[in-house]
Design a protein around this ligand. Structure first.
Ligand code: ADP
Ligand SMILES: O=c1ccn([C@@H]2O[C@H](COP(=O)(O)O)[C@@H](O)[C@H]2O)c(=O)[nH]1
Length: 244
């Protein structure tokens, strides 16, 4: 049984780059861990190693499969009430206690949970990522480090148009209508204000400097908790915060 030693929360607006940051930090941490355990590991070994558990907030949208597709299409998915916070808290508590969860899966094309559940095992590091990852106090209290990814609204909507049309089965008109009616106002009312909860603000999504800093900070805290000496090049430098 693994009891996680580090829980990272990554919030930010739609299209900000949260998933990309999560992917890069996860790859960097896996590479670090694999290198410690197996200095000659190749890329396939790295992909197979599971030292990080990813918890996308998107999988915790409330189950509204009792509603018709037309009704589900009109839900405000950017309001906190769209999420099943109770299930998320229960699952995070279980993972933090070293127990596996059956994680729901979400299909954006039909705005509903799928029938599938995926068994997710706890790893040494847990990354919780989503637009409102820093919204709920009980969830945020679990985080050892809170990140807010900040990207200009024009860049985010351009990224979202491309993604929603190509990958989420939406029309251009539909994306624009949803953005103006709910995504933008909810971002301003609920998502952006969570920036003040963050320990670190990363501009533009993934950038090499930010990922390196994050990796070093997480490594320092994990080493300290495990009572290990930091590697010679690890200065234990404090986190850097980016201002607007
Ligand atoms: N720093 C960056 N520079 C350029 N494109 C980026 C950057 N970060 C993310 N992207 C791209 O923007 C899109 C949205 O990123 P994603 O990580 O999915 O955002 P989010 O999870 O916040 O909605 C993706 O196509 C991704 O490749
Ligand atoms: O059924 C749904 C559920 C969510 N959305 C939109 O998704 C984004 C959050 O995902 P990101 O990957 O962070 O962009 C949110 O802004 C919702 O508007 C949806 O359209 N339909």
């Amino acid at each position: 049984m693994i009891t996680p030693s580090f829980v990272l929360g990554i919030a930010g607006g739609t299209g900000a780059g949260k998933t990309t940051v999560t992917r890069e930090v996860t790859a960097a941490l896996r590479a670090d861990d694999e290198e410690c355990e197996n200095p000659s590991a190749d890329r396939d070994d790295l992909m197979a190693s599971e030292s990080v558990t990813h918890v996308p907030l998107d999988n915790y949208y409330a189950d509204r499969s009792d509603l018709s597709f037309a009704r589900r299409e009109s839900i405000n998915y950017d309001h906190p009430s769209a999420f099943d916070w109770e299930l998320l808290r229960t699952h995070l508590d279980r993972l933090c206690a070293g127990r596996a969860v059956e994680m729901p899966q979400y299909d954006f094309e039909v705005h509903a949970r799928t029938d599938e559940r995926v068994r997710v095992e706890p790893a040494d590091v847990i990354v919780v990522e989503g637009i409102l990852a820093l919204h709920d106090e009980a969830v945020t209290d679990l985080f050892d480090l809170r990140i807010y990814v900040e990207t200009d609204a024009d860049v985010r909507i351009l990224r979202r148009i491309r993604r929603d049309v190509l990958k989420r089965g939406r029309s251009l008109e539909g994306v624009i209508e949803q953005y103006l009616s709910t995504v933008k106002p909810m971002h301003e009312q609920f998502v952006e204000p969570t920036k003040k909860e963050a320990d670190l603000v990363i501009p533009e999504g993934a950038n090499a400097v930010a990922v390196d800093l994050l990796e070093a900070a997480i490594g320092t805290i994990r080493n300290r908790r495990a009572g290990r000496e930091p590697p010679a090049e690890d200065t234990g430098a404090p986190l850097v915060e980016y201002d607007d």
